[in-house]
Design a protein around this ligand. Structure first.
Ligand SMILES: NC(=O)C1=CN([C@@H]2O[C@H](COP(=O)(O)OP(=O)(O)OC[C@H]3O[C@@H](n4cnc5c(N)ncnc54)[C@H](O)[C@@H]3O)[C@@H](O)[C@H]2O)C=CC1
Ligand SMILES: O=C(CO)COP(=O)(O)O
Length: 346
């Protein structure tokens, strides 16, 4: 049995805490909201984020970061990407040697273009902890909390760290693979949210399965193009955190990114959509960051650019689709083969 702190009690933090509790670890779930903490203790439910799910009776809902992290072997950061820096600052005084830092968040920071593990590393500089592991893959919290079979990847540059995370989480319904490609795993998890917005927009416009399959496939092509330039292993994108997460997020009604896109496709404005959602829609901020990254590295990302134009410049989604369909004629694989061979020729 290990002692584990889960920081962030939204849908994903709560579902991961339940997996860890099922594995008989000593789990402490922390939320920054006092009223949410009280509600979870009183009702034994997390009504806003996972309605109808009864929390395990032995799951500890704690009062403070200090209580959450006391003597723990691992912390699992599961707050929205925009709250990672702030949460790391709160965590910093409680770090100790041999503490494994795992995160389950999916995003890229605009302007700095940092991945989650890079932000964590930056914020925890000068402190002692073991390593950072990213946990990512096709895993809607709603299904994990019902113990439906789910597979994810634990990625760390240090294989041993990924293996510790694998051992902590793996059970009968939650299968964990390891990977050393943390760049690819984090980029796959973050960038698929942009394409999921696109899939939602396409469905909202009334287009069918052909359009969605095109978005998933060509979306994967542009994700692997930029990610390979940024140092990822291209093979990661045929894995769970690549095509796996892309499929689940583009096709599931559980996906907040798909649902937000769907409303955009039906003509709603971004502000209205986000108010209506009331939950984290990571693809919006990641679209901004990725648009900037594509410009910086001169990588063609036409789908991401189109979605960015819809979200931030009020472009009509139908005009964006027309523009995508009328791009210059091209060979399907030429670009990615060139990028892959550049990478492997060094
Ligand atoms: N929901 C899911 O099925 C999955 C979500 N993720 C990722 O997990 C991360 C968290 O997402 P969800 O749990 O789904 O979000 P959510 O919208 O369900 O909940 C967000 C939680 O973060 C808390 N929060 C907001 N601002 C905060 C701050 N400044 N400091 C501390 N806590 C704060 C909220 O109170 C809430 O408890 C995201 O990056 C998401 O992409 C990853 C895999 C699956
Ligand atoms: O990352 C997820 C599933 O793997 C959750 O996606 P959404 O944030 O779109 O709900």
């Amino acid at each position: 049995m290990s002692k584990v702190a889960v920081l962030g009690a939204g849908s994903w933090g709560t579902a991961l805490a339940m997996v860890l509790q099922d594995n008989h670890h000593d789990v402490r779930l922390w939320t920054h909201k006092e009223e949410q903490k009280k509600m979870m203790i009183e009702t034994k439910k997390n009504e806003k984020y996972l309605p109808n799910i009864v929390l395990p009776s032995d799951l500890k809902i704690v009062d403070s970061m200090e209580e959450a992290t006391k003597d723990v072997d691992a912390v699992v950061l599961v707050v929205p990407a925009k709250a990672i820096r702030e949460t790391c600052k709160k965590l910093q005084p409680y770090l100790h040697d041999n503490l494994l830092v795992i995160h389950g968040s999916k995003g890229i920071e605009p302007i700095s273009h940092k991945r989650i593990s890079e932000i964590i590393e930056e914020e925890l500089t000068g402190t002692n902890y073991l390593d950072i592991v990213a946990l990512s893959g096709p895993s809607h919290a709603e299904e994990v909390s019902l113990k439906h079979p789910t597979t994810v990847t634990a990625a760390s540059t240090k294989e041993e760290a990924a293996r510790i995370a694998q051992d902590l989480f793996m059970n009968q319904y939650f299968r964990v693979y390891t990977s050393k490609d943390i760049i690819g795993v984090e980029l796959g998890g973050a960038l698929k949210n942009i394409i999921a917005l696109g899939a939602g927009i396409s469905d909202g416009l009334g287009y069918g399965d052909n359009a969605k399959a095109a978005l998933i496939t060509r979306g994967l092509a542009e994700i692997s193009r930029i990610a390979t330039v940024l140092g990822a292993n291209p093979f990661t994108f045929i894995g769970l955190s690549g095509v796996g997460d892309l499929i689940v997020t583009c096709t599931s009604v559980h996906s907040r990114n798909w649902r937000a896109g769907n409303l955009l496709g039906k003509g709603k404005k971004l502000k209205e959509v986000l108010q209506h959602m009331g939950m984290t829609v990571e693809g919006v901020r990641t679209a901004e960051a990725t648009y900037q990254l594509a410009e910086k590295w001169e990588v063609e990302m036409p789908i991401t650019s189109g979605i960015y134009e819809v979200i931030f410049h009020d472009k009509h989604p139908k005009d964006v689709v027309d523009k995508l369909m009328q791009r210059n004629k091209t060979n399907e694989m030429e670009d990615i083969i060139r990028i892959w061979s550049n990478r492997y020729s060094h």
